[in-house]
Design a protein around this ligand. Structure first.
Ligand SMILES: Cc1cc2nc3c(=O)[nH]c(=O)nc-3n(C[C@H](O)[C@H](O)[C@H](O)COP(=O)(O)OP(=O)(O)OC[C@H]3O[C@@H](n4cnc5c(N)ncnc54)[C@H](O)[C@@H]3O)c2cc1C
Length: 331
């Protein structure tokens, strides 16, 4: 029996690896060119740029164990960032003991390692699924990609909801828990990101800034502080969820000057911009207060859902969600 997984982010990859270790046949589909999802760094002529997930922490023993393996294999490394906090116009150092990891040379490296040797169909957007009562048929551009007794959706809430929409009102998929999860409160909020390359280095003794209670920005980071990233002076600006929601449809040429102005304001220094690169994450990080069952699995339908949004957001929780679903599928 082959299991289909749609989504090769950290959740889908963790699920795929755990299932493969149990001897299951797995096929993973992803619309992206490579695996990684929101952990993907952008490859540019200057080097990798982290526009999505910035780092991850490991609090659970299961994820710590995985991080140890990745460290041994050289696909992650600690990020010893000098951190600061910006609030009410003041930028101050905020050193802490948090152990932060990054992928090496890019954020998606650990995801790719989880999927090494597996049947990964990249550049394949599944745009419809059909349940015939015992199997799931997956279609991309009207082409059948296969028929599977078990299906895992390792996707952001809104993307999983879109695929399952034709079924939620039908028997036997009328499951209130599933329907509430998919069509109830919004799990993931947007984030606008802008990478600003500067003509000259700024002299601040920080690599990353947690921006608190700000009208626009939530985070700044210097790309060159991370091993494997572009060496020149690139600063990443993340706008907060409220600002991102309000400006979600703005064009890059509108966002770039705003990001540069915010960078200058927070760093408190004049900057000269060489180039800007903007990215719109429609489904980025967990909305506060969203209920978290961890994962969902309906054995009768052979349908499971995993992902960060079902487990509290963040890389570690996405990984754990995928692992937990794999354990449930195996029973
Ligand atoms: C801007 C930003 C900053 C973040 N910062 C941090 C951070 O610092 N620390 C942290 O721990 N977490 C951070 N996160 C959150 C973290 O990136 C996520 O929690 C985690 O990567 C989610 O993994 P996932 O596998 O659940 O989903 P995803 O990574 O979203 O994976 C889903 C995959 O499904 C694919 N897909 C979607 N639809 C289809 C389809 N129809 N057919 C085929 N494939 C499809 C996508 O291409 C994607 O690869 C951040 C996220 C963003 C966006």
């Amino acid at each position: 029996m082959t299991i289909a997984i749609i989504g090769a982010g950290i959740a889908g990859a963790a699920c795929a690896q755990a299932l493969a270790q149990q001897g299951k046949q797995v096929v993973v589909f992803d619309k992206g060119r490579t695996a990684g999802g929101r952990m993907s760094s952008k490859r540019t002529a200057a080097g990798y740029l982290d526009l999505g997930a910035q780092y991850f922490t490991a609090r659970s023993s299961a994820f710590r164990l995985q991080c140890q393996q990745w460290l041994v294999n050289g696909v992650i490394a600690p990020w010893h960032a000098a951190t600061a906090q910006y609030e009410d116009g003041s930028l101050i150092a905020s050193p802490d003991n948090t152990l932060r990891y990054i992928g090496i040379p890019s954020m998606q490296a650990p995801v790719q390692q989880l999927l090494a040797g597996m049947d990964l169909r990249s550049n394949c957007r599944i745009d419809s699924i059909h349940f015939d009562g015992s199997h799931w048929q997956l279609y991309s551009e009207d082409q059948l990609q296969g028929s599977f007794a078990q299906l895992v959706l390792a996707l952001p809430q809104q993307q999983a909801a879109q695929l399952l929409l034709p079924y939620v009102t039908q028997q036997p998929l009328t499951d209130t828990v599933l329907a509430d999860l998919l069509y109830g409160d919004t799990a993931l909020q947007p984030c606008l990101a802008a990478n600003i390359e500067l003509m000259q280095a700024v002299s601040v003794p920080f690599d990353a800034v947690f921006v608190k209670n700000d009208a626009a920005v939530s985070w700044l980071a210097r790309q060159a502080s991370k091993s494997g990233r572009a060496a020149a002076e690139h600063w990443l600006v993340h706008f907060n969820s409220d600002f991102s929601q309000q400006h979600l449809e703005a064009q890059p040429e509108q966002i770039a000057p705003l990001a540069a102005a915010e960078l200058q304001r927070i760093l408190g220094q004049p900057i000269a911009v060489k180039e800007a690169l903007c990215h719109r994450w429609r489904y980025a990080q967990q909305a506060p207060g969203f209920a978290v069952p961890g994962f969902t699995y309906q054995a009768g339908l052979g349908l499971g859902l995993c992902g960060d949004w079902l487990n509290g957001g963040r890389v570690e929780n996405a990984f754990l969600s995928g692992m937990s679903l794999a354990a449930a599928v195996a029973v």
